[in-house]
Design a protein. Sequence first.
Length: 167
Amino acid sequence: MSVTGITEAAQYLTFKLEDEVFAVWVSKVREILDHTNITKVPRTPDFMRGVINLRGSVVPVVDLRLKFGMTKTEQLVNTCIIVIEIGLDDETTVLGALADSVQEVIELEPAQIEPPPKIGTRLKTEFIKGIGKRENEFIMILDIDKVFSMDELDMVTEAGTTMEAAM
């Protein structure tokens, strides 16, 4: 059974959150940064860790572990920020996503990807594009454009814009 919308091999950047491996399309990734100083923005959701200065631009940073109901990302030797482009309603938003570590860029064929499991109506899995299978490992392939709601993205970008105006 193939996943709708995945008809050819694609490259994915894999990264770890806790003990789980996640992936995003390489085309969505701008760059990977070492963990840097994050400036906290008051009155933002817990998963919004703050903003960073990326070559003169203010980029909001989110903690995917908190967004996915895990524990807060701690700064360790491999902790990094994946700078991603998210598209929503014909707009592109750039944000940084904290990850415990970046693994590698892999290529998966459609036959290696299963649809996300149907776990009733209470669990929202629409942001999971599919489950990649590689050797003895499962990889959660994120549809990064669907991880955040429009309201959440507005809040994140508004916080970044407020901080940019203050600079």
